[in-house]
Design a protein around this ligand. Sequence first.
Ligand code: SME
Length: 149
Amino acid sequence: MKSADEIVNRVEQMANSAASRDDVMRYAVQVLKEERPHYDWVGIYLLEGDTLIIHNYIGKPTEHTSIPVGKGVCGLAVSESVNQIVGDVTRLDNYLACSVETRSEIVVLIRRKTQIFGQIDIDSDLENAFTEEDESLLSRVADSLASRF
Ligand code: SME
C-alpha cells in the first residue's frame, strides 16, 4: 500500500504531463482503487450545469450515472459546497444506493476556491471506513485534478 505522498505524487506527475484531462482522471481513480483496499467503489463525477455526470469509475455498475445537485450524498456535497463523510449510509434518508453492500461513503469536491468542477466519490463495504486521513489524501488528489480545469 503506497503512502498518501506517493499517491499524490503519481497523480501530480500525470496531471503535469501531456496526458489528456480524461486520462488523468481515469488514472486517479485507478491508483486510488489499487492502493486503498477499503475503497470498494471509486469514481469521479463532473458537474455539468446543476447535474453531476459520471466520468469514470471502478467497482460494481451503478445506475446513478447522473445525479441532480442536492440529491444524495453526492448532490449534497455540491449544494452545500462541503465534502461529505458518512459512517453509516443505512441511517440516511437522502441516500442513493449504488450497491446494497455499501456501508460508508466519502465525497471530496474537485474545486478551485468557490468554483466546483466535480467530485471524487468513494464507497466502502465497511462501516466508518473513512477518516480525516482519507479526506486529506483525496483533497490533495482533487487539487491536482482541479489544476487541469
Ligand atoms: N451514494 C451516492 C450515489 C453515488 S453511488 O455511491 C456510486 C449518493 O448518495 O449520492
